[in-house]
Design a protein around this ligand. Structure first.
Ligand code: NAD
Ligand code: UD1
Length: 342
């Protein structure tokens, strides 16, 4: 079966393409490369010895999508394509709503036209309200998002579940990711953020490699064991395998189902820094600064539903995540780009 992967050249998409190919699926990618480098796909091809059919273009381009479906027999679509920088979404809300909502609307319109109605969507733990008890089950309260990025995920979930209510032959999995980090063991593909990283692990690896002076730890006065924020970090390869499990589920069921993809365990910022330093034997200088606005103290998943229905569980440890993130960064000090100006 061929899987259409939108945004397949990106961080999670490229790791998922690799796992899909390793599991025997054919892979067709559409990506406009607005936040990625096509080298990621070349490296996935080199690692697997298999070809990816790549279309450079925008998911909002209806004619291109129609051509892709005409030229390929697609059995399921995984929709990663989207903009994901929280701060940028506050500064450029229209761009985020346009890209993230219209890509889904155009994609599902064309899927409807061709009668292929199996869809997996990249949602986020950010859709959960801040006032829930931990761990977060899929039934926890959603909404009250604090930024346009979060609202695009929330609204897309509403759009897709509404579609499944209206038409019973759709099959949709909404996958709520917790905090993906790490890289493939080869060190050939990994996370390659543009500009200054917003997220913790890429910042740590860039400090360790000497591209940034020191890490700012955003607050040590939270109600957590060491005062720093606690999150559910998940190895990107475990996350990618979750998508392979979701493809199986989606193609065997109908209706809309929500799944958490997390480990169920929370680690603090200082746990991350300490584990990274110890396992890699490299220094990560840091200073404690004020809290980052919008951050919550603690966030981690209850992954029981994914285990029960998808038959999927994470396997990688925090040490694996730190080792693999460093392996990627040290083999590719400037990510996929060869220039050293970023
Ligand atoms: P990424 O930026 O590396 O990948 C997204 C890809 O989509 C990029 O290759 C980009 O070029 C492409 N793209 C964006 N808009 C497009 C469009 N209109 N048409 C075609 N291609 C387009 O991000 P990622 O970390 O791999 O995230 C993948 C998905 O998972 C995103 O939807 C993101 O919001 C979601 N997600 C990510 C995280 C995370 O921490 N990385 C957490 C939760 C959810
Ligand atoms: C971020 C996104 C969220 C997204 C999630 C999953 C923001 C505000 N939120 O959440 O929408 O769903 O990623 O990928 O970007 N930290 C530091 N110093 C840093 C960076 C982070 O101390 O330089 C701390 C944060 O305060 C937090 C933890 O590290 O406690 C993790 O931060 P980050 O990687 O940005 O992820 P989230 O805040 O969970």
């Amino acid at each position: 079966m061929n899987i259409l992967v939108t945004g397949g050249a990106g961080y999670i998409g490229s790791h998922t393409c690799l796992e899909l190919l390793e599991s025997g699926y054919g892979v067709v990618v559409i990506d406009n490369l607005c936040n990625s480098n096509p080298k990621s796909l070349e490296r996935v091809e080199a690692l697997t010895g298999k070809k990816i059919t790549f279309y450079e273009g925008d998911v909002r381009d209806e004619a291109l999508l129609q051509r892709i479906f005409a030229e390929n027999q697609i059995g399921c679509c995984i929709h990663f394509a989207g903009l994901k920088a929280v701060g940028e979404s506050v500064a450029q809300p229209w761009r985020y709503y346009d890209n993230n909502l219209n890509s889904t609307l155009v994609l599902t319109k064309v899927m409807q036209q061709v009668g292929m109605k199996n869809l997996i969507f990249s949602s986020s733990a950010t859709v959960y309200s801040a006032d829930n008890e931990m761990p977060l089950s899929e039934t926890a309260k959603t909404g009250n998002c604090t930024n346009p990025y979060g609202w695009t995920k929330y609204m897309t979930e509403q759009i897709l579940s509404g579609m499944c209510t209206a038409e019973k032959d759709w099959s949709v999995c909404l996958l709520r990711y917790f905090n993906p980090i790490g890289a493939h063991k080869s060190g050939l593909i990994g996370e390659d953020p543009r500009g200054i990283p917003n997220n913790l692990m890429p910042y740590i690896t860039q400090v360790a490699i000497g591209r940034r002076e020191q890490l700012s730890v955003y607050g040590n006065d939270y109600d957590t064991p060491d005062g720093t924020g606690v999150r559910d970090y998940i190895h990107v390869v475990d996350l990618a395998k979750g998508h392979v499990a979701a493809v199986k589920y989606t193609t065997q069921h109908t209706g809309c189902e929500v799944f958490n993809l997390g480990t169920g365990v929370g680690y603090s910022v200082l746990d991350m820094v300490n584990t990274f330093q110890e396992i890699n034997n490299v220094a990560v200088p840091y200073q404690i600064v004020d809290r980052r606005p919008g951050d919550i103290a603690t966030c981690y998943a209850n992954p029981a539903k994914s285990a029960a229905l998808l038959g999927w569980k994470t396997q990688e440890t925090l040490a694996d995540m730190c080792r693999d993130a460093w392996n990627w960064q040290s083999k590719n000090p400037h990510g996929y780009s060869e220039d050293s100006q970023s």
